[in-house]
Design a protein around this ligand. Structure first.
Ligand SMILES: [Zn+2]
Length: 405
């Protein structure tokens, strides 16, 4: 019965054309995926080469304009595509180590290029103007770090505007006063959705503009956009779309841009099993955004309620990469043995020899309330307590081999 209600709500809220459009986008992704970038650690110079090529190919459909420079003098650029009345502003990678949406934006531009004569693209470009800043924090991207080269978290600089990058974002917003905005980020791949413990592949937020978390027309429109995005994404990854905490953060851009009059939706690219480079999530960004642009261009968005977004389960952090359950931990120094669950996360480590993944013990004890990408039954097996102390690096492959025996 519940399923029928959900199905009915779905049919009522998304029209058939839109869900067909998003399905086609999803199914044909490989035909327009931008293949120039295939891993997360690309830098400004590489991105600029690709943007240059794409802009050139788009010809008079697109204009790329330098809107300023980072603290270390890397260019920050705005791409304008479309001639429509409704302005949609998108900015990615204000945190340098959050590149998933930037890759999705390249796919999106390539889709527009390859499908410029289709009814859908024509509709989008005649009804909306896309204003896109890919990689707002190129200095951070150079180091693959969250903060800017001046050590500032740009998303806490919306009021003081001490960084050149934050001033650029504010200036572009103020110049165009766009109706709709997308604030594009990555979150830790170990966020889960609701009580089920499924991994959050995408989390959405229509940020609050005040402490009371009131709704006004601007935030309501953001919630409608977030609802439409939810319905699109739930077709492909049901149970994996989460709602991000909407506590008002007075220093953050999403919250302030909502306050300044642009309806903002935050998209957090989370995690997906066996996808450390987030290539599947990049695809969801591209498919989700193009679908919503289409809904905006056809005015379908105005018929969308806010329920799909409001009813999303909250993002929680109770997910680990690996849990070995109920293994007997022994100590050779006389401490008594005990039965424990061991949680291990795979962390990306960079040093002079390159990038690799290391397993680290991050929790130990009764972990029965937590979830994991992989759970292994350790009953009847033993492990030396000295090798699995908190924060120890462990050889995951060897450990799991033991579990399989
Ligand atoms: Zn971020």
């Amino acid at each position: 019965m519940k399923n029928i209600i959900i199905l009915l709500a779905f049919v009522m809220i998304t029209n058939v054309a839109d869900s067909q459009f998003s399905k086609t986008l999803f199914d044909t992704y490989d035909s327009y995926k931008f293949n120039g970038i295939s891993s997360r650690r690309f830098k400004h110079a590489e991105l600029m080469t690709h943007l240059g090529t794409l802009t050139k190919s788009l010809g008079n459909m697109a204009i790329m304009e330098q809107v300023g420079s980072s603290a270390e003098n890397r260019s920050i650029n705005l791409l304008k595509i479309g001639t429509g009345k409704t302005k949609i502003f998108l900015w990615s990678q204000m945190h340098g180590d959050e590149p998933t949406a930037t890759m999705g934006l390249l796919d999106l531009l390539n889709y527009i290029l390859l499908n410029k004569n289709t009814a859908e693209v024509k509709k989008i470009l005649s009804e909306t103007t896309l204003l896109i800043i890919p990689m707002l924090n190129p200095d951070g991207a150079e180091r693959f770090q969250r903060r800017t080269s001046q050590g500032i978290d740009m998303n806490r600089d919306a009021l003081r505007l001490q960084t050149p990058e934050a001033r650029i974002l504010k200036a572009v917003r103020d110049k165009y006063n766009p109706e709709i905005g997308f604030n594009l980020h990555d979150q830790d791949p170990r966020y889960s959705v609701g009580e089920k413990g499924t991994v959050a592949v995408i989390s959405l937020l229509a940020p609050a503009y005040n402490v009371e978390k009131n709704d006004n027309n601007v935030r309501m429109r953001a919630k409608k956009v977030a609802s439409q995005l939810t319905l699109v994404l739930q077709q492909f990854t049901p149970d994996h779309i989460g709602k991000y905490d909407d506590t008002f953060e007075p220093r953050a851009f999403g919250d302030n841009i909502q306050k300044w009059g642009t309806s903002v939706v935050l998209i957090e690219s989370g995690g997906w099993k066996n996808d450390p480079e987030k290539m599947f999530i990049r695809k969801l960004n591209c498919v989700g955004l193009l679908s919503v642009f289409h809904s905006i261009s056809t005015k379908e968005i105005e018929k969308t309620g806010t329920d799909a977004y409001e009813h999303l389960p909250m993002n929680t952090r109770n997910l680990f990469d690996i849990i070995i359950e109920k293994i007997t931990v022994t100590f050779s120094d006389g401490r008594p043995a005990l039965v424990a669950d061991i949680a291990i996360n795979k962390e990306e480590v960079r040093d002079s020899s390159g990038t690799r993944w290391e397993g680290r013990v991050v929790d130990y004890g009764d972990l029965s309330v937590f979830f994991a990408h992989e759970k292994w039954n350790g009953e009847g097996r033993t492990i030396d307590g000295r090798s699995v102390e908190m924060n120890d690096i462990v050889n995951v492959d060897e450990l799991l081999k033991k579990m399989k025996k």
